[in-house]
Design a protein around this ligand. Sequence first.
Ligand SMILES: Nc1ncnc2c1ncn2[C@@H]1O[C@H](COP(=O)(O)OP(=O)(O)O)[C@@H](O)[C@H]1O
Ligand SMILES: [Mg+2]
Length: 501
Amino acid sequence: MDLLNVRLFSTPSVFKGDKRIIFPSRKIEALFYYIFVNKEATREELASLLWPDVDPQTGRKNVRNALYYIKKSLNLDAIISPNNSIVIYNPQVETHSDLERLLSDDKWFDAYTGDFLQGFVVKDEEALENWILSSREKYKSIYVQKLYRKLKEDYARGAYENVEKGARKLIEIDEYDERAYRLLIKALAEMNMYNKAADVYNKLCEKLNKDLGIVPDIKTRTLYKNIQNKRSYTEVFKIDRDRIMFYGRKRELDILNRNYTDFVNDENYNAVMIVGEAGIGKTTLKDRFIEEVVSNDIFILESNCYQAEEEFLLRPWMGILSKIASIIQEENIKIPSSWSEIIQAFFPTLKLNGIKTERDFNSVGSSLRLTLLEETIISIFREIANIKKTIIIFDDIQWMDNLSLNILAGMMLHLGKEILFITTCRNGYPQRVENFIAEMSCKGRMKKIELERFTKEEVIDFTRKALPNHSLNDDMYEKIYQETEGNTFFIVEYINSLREN
Ligand SMILES: Nc1ncnc2c1ncn2[C@@H]1O[C@H](COP(=O)(O)OP(=O)(O)O)[C@@H](O)[C@H]1O
Ligand SMILES: [Mg+2]
């Protein structure tokens, strides 16, 4: 008897020997796949899957006909009925499939070549569609998990080429999966392919910026920075113009660190807002703090608000939620599909859980929709925070739109005991931000850290330490202080220009 070869990943097909089987219709083909995958099904189940709207008798008749056509197309009894109510896939028919390889212990690596039944559409069949979509998610996540497990082993035993290969597969499956990018960058760096690692990192930055308007995760950025440092030790040491020593801010870092310790130890802590003029060092202070606490035991979700995007409602949340999407995938978290539907109604490019549906939220009144969105975001974050401690960061909140601010306020009020919120904000913020700050402060949810200009003594000390090989006289120091007025950005610029001369 000829061997059957069933291909379920990417474009599906069935071959008997070297002959491709053509089924008379999509429905009949779908029925075959369904029984093949499940190995067993009741006739009732099949009828309600493919003909949900007809009466039971017609349904049974349609199933009977379809089974007949499957048999005729294959010219073989691949599906048999041991009794009146159930059908099974005939174990006597020797069948190979990519699904069986995926589920095996040794042949799975190349088995998954794309989505389950990719491009296979049966119009207006909701039950069938749901089966296809949920299977798609299921097998993809099985493959991704197997890959991650293997990559971890490969990495541990120093098989970096395998890690590279596997990580590239993961990226093919999910082009925003930063965990995979990190593995790839690490593997390349271990093989001393620093240029290639830099390439991968830069492409990721470009992609995230172009598609989602976000920067890579803090973990990815820190990894890349560390790799760059490592590299500059092994190669010629060169001064990085943008990276000068970090000066001072001990008191502020102390406040941040103490608050963080309380957060980690489940004691009373606050949301923190770093406030100050442009260039004073808000972003740098926040980064410095985060670099110290970054670890695998904590989720750090970060987003920047941009002036140019002040008018784009909810844009700052897009960055955070797209990271949530990858956490949900990474940690294999099951969230109700209604949640992902609501998120998708507001963020059409975001896929949580991958379950796509066509529900129309336009019919729901707009204020209700927003309440729904806020509640959903809160529920999702509660799930996330249950797994690991979570920090949410917004940089330059003075440019956050009103809607995003409202959601943030709701989150702080409801999740203030579960999540640590860090924001930075420029002086001279608009009224909506003023209101936000007033509300959060009065409810005792948020502390401000005001970043001040450096004093004359500090400016001198800073310059001395940054330029240990320059001997400057008192007039010069005086001049630096006068010209920079103690603003960090101007001090750093001054130091750099002295250094270059
Ligand atoms: N404590 C610091 N020590 C050294 N350089 C700093 C410090 N804080 C900020 N800088 C530098 O000053 C410039 C402006 O800082 P940034 O954090 O971007 O300011 P802000 O976010 O408040 O506008 C950057 O080039 C940064 O590297
Ligand atoms: Mg900044």
